[in-house]
Design a protein around this ligand. Structure first.
Ligand SMILES: NC(=O)c1ccc[n+]([C@@H]2O[C@H](COP(=O)([O-])OP(=O)(O)OC[C@H]3O[C@@H](n4cnc5c(N)ncnc54)[C@H](OP(=O)(O)O)[C@@H]3O)[C@@H](O)[C@H]2O)c1
Length: 333
């Protein structure tokens, strides 16, 4: 490998927070079992929080941010990974506690890596990234209703924050599972894109912003919520008997003002989703399902590829809810 390479480095000295693209060398990366030459990273909501001010997630500085990456193995101390293997890393607190993916190289623990499944490219792996991985975890949580209820079919599902990374991929995955998907969005002008992804109807987010009823009309067998707050409370109040609400996000706030009635009168299940502490068997299973559940020809239309420089200009828009679809970062651009 070349001695010096480029990475985004964030730093905190007293009150001063900085983020810049620096020339660094391998020694900066510290310890790890596998050295990876990174092809692509991506932008998730958590990345935007970290790039903004560390997001109270980064405790030690300087740090290379970027919670995901894909690339090729350069050196390996693990029997599982050989030179030139394509690999994916999502989450695992890389970019927070460990150096992350906004870099041309990364050195990480072998337990964090998954081999890129056959049939998908390293770019496609980052079109998904943590957002896609999480949306699949949410979709499988909803599908579990069919197993829990011994065959009762899931029909109608709701996705909130639908134009976001997790939301847009959840729309596609749920429709590929054969469900009738309704998308809640603040960007109703993007209805056509959401329909191409697989949504059959669109609800304006405004309808979900007021005070929810104790029990609303029962409509949804399953919900993927990426927003939290009143939007999640509305979704819970409209969930059918024994429905599953997969709650993974807080793009709209961390509070949840709900009541006990949907849970005791309708047996609604609120299922928290965490994409970090996921065992290797489950990780590999989720990635193995990508070929069945994702149509990259369609998803590609929602993707923008940016350089690390462009990323530093763009990320604040994510915190203001002004982005849609997925941002892929080409670290070699
Ligand atoms: N639990 C986990 O492991 C996990 C993993 C990944 C992500 N997450 C969380 O999931 C959420 C979504 O992540 P993402 O990467 O998909 O982010 P994203 O691309 O920014 O999407 C968030 C979407 O939420 C909606 N939104 C944004 N601000 C809002 C507000 N103030 N009120 C209501 N809706 C708002 C917008 O969609 P519309 O305009 O279409 O409404 C936006 O596109 C984040 O909270 C993230 O931290 C959690």
């Amino acid at each position: 490998m070349s001695d010096n390479f480029k990475a985004i480095v964030i730093n905190q000295e007293g009150e001063n927070f900085s983020r810049e693209i620096k020339e660094i060398n391998k020694a900066f990366l510290g310890e790890g079992d596998v050295l990876v030459k990174i092809d692509f990273s991506d932008l998730n909501f958590k990345d935007a929080l970290i790039l903004n001010n560390g997001g109270k997630l980064v405790r030690e500085f300087p740090r290379i941010p970027g919670i995901d990456f894909s690339g090729k193995v350069v050196e390996s101390n693990s029997d599982k990974f050989n030179k030139d293997d394509d690999v994916i890393l999502t989450g695992c607190r890389v970019g927070e506690v460990y150096h992350g993916g906004y870099s041309q190289y990364a050195k990480v623990k072998k337990e964090f890596l998954v081999k890129t499944p056959k049939g998908i490219s390293n770019k496609e792996a980052m079109i998904l990234g943590t957002a896609g991985f999480t949306s699949m975890l949410c979709a499988f949580a909803i599908k579990a209703r069919e197993e829990i209820l011994l065959g009762d079919k899931v029909n109608d599902v709701l996705v909130t924050g639908a134009t976001g990374g997790v939301g847009s991929i959840a729309v596609m995955v749920l429709s590929k599972l054969g469900y009738n998907v309704t998308a809640v969005t603040g960007k109703v002008d993007q209805a056509d894109t959401l329909k191409k992804l697989g949504a059959s109807s669109i609800i304006d987010r405004k309808e979900f912003e007021g005070e929810p009823k104790l029990l609303g009309k029962s409509i949804w067998d399953g919900v993927v919520d990426t927003v939290g707050g009143n939007i999640l409370a509305h979704a819970i109040s409209q969930t059918k008997h024994s429905g599953i609400v997969a709650a993974c996000g807080n793009a709209g706030g961390i509070k949840l003002n709900t009541n006990i009635m949907p849970f005791i009168l309708r047996g609604v299940k609120l299922w928290g989703i965490d994409s970090i502490a996921v065992g290797m068997k489950r990780r590999e299973f989720v990635w193995s399902q990508v070929n069945n559940l994702i149509d990259f020809n369609i998803l590609n239309e929602t993707v923008k590829v940016v350089s690390m420089n462009e990323l530093l200009e763009l990320f604040p828009k994510m915190l203001k809810g002004q982005l849609s679809g997925r941002i892929v970062v080409d670290v070699n651009k």
